[in-house]
Design a protein around this ligand. Structure first.
Ligand SMILES: [Fe+2]
Length: 504
């Protein structure tokens, strides 16, 4: 049943007051971060156009640290909202609190690990489950979820070598592909989420496809890397706008590097050879990664029109990066931004490590010098931009704020933020530990909308209800809280990456 905004004004007035007094908000700390009052004043200064605004639509803040629950002996990725769900369902006409923008027409897709037959050795190795939430003319019309029907999910392949299709999704040349670091992509129907099969571009693909391919919005090309561990080898590939694999360049790596992401500018493929290594101790239940700063770290710029052997390599301070925002060329420089971790010996990141920070490298192609620096102090992960600006100079970074691990709970998201890189302002929304968001996608309000003119959308776990929902934010008024909550008919386990399929 859909409720009107006015109903909520009376019903939720008290909640709104609570939300205005976020107990965790440390003004002194925020001042040190350079976050201006404007970032937060929105909550208390409703203008005429916002008279009906109801803060957080009934969501209330909490500082209680999350707990996992479940079977004590199980690993953390099998408990709490990391635990898998057991059914595939289809539900129509979802309950919405607040108002969905009528222009938001499309499907939000999420992918994550949802083990079906065996408990995986780590969070990353469960069977892929894809969740779809369809929006149409101001309504949330449908939720459905499906396992990627791989041999592993059919109980025909097992262990670390099995391909799980669980990490992310890409849509290119009318193909929806579920991605998994060490395998070819796995094709799904974009309408039904039914599985098709592994897809190798007509037999041409000779490497895995990483989880973070890039689509050049100007050329329509799909670029990706693939890392094979035995023997260790990196492959850079390009599929043209017509879906034909046109480029496939390989080079040996000197070790088992974890290269999860890369970047793409107008003229370069940007490679991160950072000393976070695959740790074979994972086979006996150990940490999945080994931090090896003695190997150094370097960023490579491979000419898009050239080969890997023409890559220019630039030494940088050792660090590790899972995910990057964007990269672009500006004058003589290549600018690259990423979430960067500086691990300690023995870190496994999720339960003991420091939190990632937003980081920028500026590579000067004239004098070959690299400048690097942290760009704000908010710990962050799951970086996002307006993907229409992939490879071009952009203004806004989006991402998730993080809470550190406690003895009982891994590092986890606690809010959504936006960094205006031009003004140096950080804006954010968080209800402390009450609502745990997954990756927030930016959706432009229309094809011609300017950067930041659109919505941020995230599947979140509501700890109070112990259920999942979708929150939609006006990206330009993020601190005001969600404009709509879509209540989902099932819990959506914390996952990895998603995709917006526009149906306008
Ligand atoms: Fe990722």
């Amino acid at each position: 049943m859909q409720k009107s905004r006015r109903d909520f004004i009376s019903a939720l007035g008290q909640s709104a007051l609570v939300a205005h007094t976020w107990p965790w908000l440390n003004v002194g700390k925020l001042a040190r971060l350079g976050i201006g009052a404007s970032a937060f004043s929105a909550c208390g200064e409703a203008d005429q156009a916002d008279l009906e605004f109801v803060a957080n639509l009934g969501l209330e803040p909490s500082e209680l640290m999350p707990f996992l629950g479940g079977i004590q002996e199980k690993d953390w990725w099998l408990k709490g909202n990391y635990a898998p769900i057991t059914e595939e369902i289809d539900v129509e006409d979802l309950e919405v609190i607040g108002q969905l923008p009528p222009e938001l027409n499309g499907t939000l897709l999420r992918n994550g690990s949802n083990p079906k037959h065996e408990d995986p050795l780590f969070w990353f190795f469960g069977d892929g489950m894809i969740h779809g939430i369809h929006f149409e003319k101001g309504k949330a019309k449908r939720y459905h979820n499906r396992w990627a029907n791989t041999p592993a999910s059919r109980d025909e392949a097992h262990g670390l070598g099995a391909h799980r299709a669980n990490t992310s999704l890409v849509y290119h040349h009318q193909k929806l592909l579920a991605l998994y670091e060490v395998s070819p992509p796995f094709e799904l129907s974009p309408n039904t989420l039914e599985s098709m099969d592994f897809y190798d571009f007509g037999g041409a693909l000779e490497s895995p496809m990483c989880a973070h391919p890039k689509i050049d919005p100007i050329t329509g090309e799909l670029w990706f890397i693939g890392v094979q561990q035995v023997p260790a080898q990196l492959t850079v590939s390009m599929v043209d706008a017509e879906g034909t694999l046109q480029k496939q360049e390989s080079m040996p790596l000197s070790g088992m590097y974890f290269m999860h992401d890369f970047q793409l500018t107008e003229n370069y493929v940007v490679l991160f050879e950072f000393p976070l290594m695959i740790n074979l101790d994972i086979l006996s239940g150990g940490d999945p990664f080994k931090w090896s700063p003695e190997l150094g770290a370097r960023i490579g710029l491979m000419p898009r029109t050239g080969s890997l052997s023409e890559t220019q390599w630039f030494d940088v301070e050792p660090g590790a990066t899972f995910h990057s925002f964007n990269a672009y060329e500006e004058g003589d420089e290549v600018v690259i931004e990423s979430c960067r971790i500086l691990p300690k010996e023995g870190d496994d990141f999720f339960t003991r490590g420091d939190l990632p920070q937003a980081w920028q490298w500026r590579i000067n192609l004239m004098n070959q010098q690299v400048q690097e620096a942290q760009i704000h102090e908010l710990p962050c992960e799951f970086p996002m931009i307006d993907r229409r600006l992939q490879g071009q100079k952009h203004r806004f970074n989006y991402g998730l704020m993080l809470s550190p691990a406690s003895p009982d709970y891994p590092m986890h998201p606690k809010g959504i933020y936006k960094h205006d890189r031009e003004l140096g302002q950080v804006d954010h929304w968080s209800l402390g530990e009450a609502v745990q968001p997954d990756e927030a996608l930016f959706i432009p309000a229309s094809p011609n909308a300017g950067e930041d003119e659109g919505w941020l959308i995230s599947v979140v776990y509501n700890r109070q209800s112990a259920k999942s929902e979708v929150l939609v934010f006006n990206a330009q008024k993020l601190a005001k809280g969600p404009i709509a909550r879509v209540l989902l008919p099932t819990r959506v386990p914390f996952g990895f990456h998603g995709l917006w399929l526009n149906r306008a």
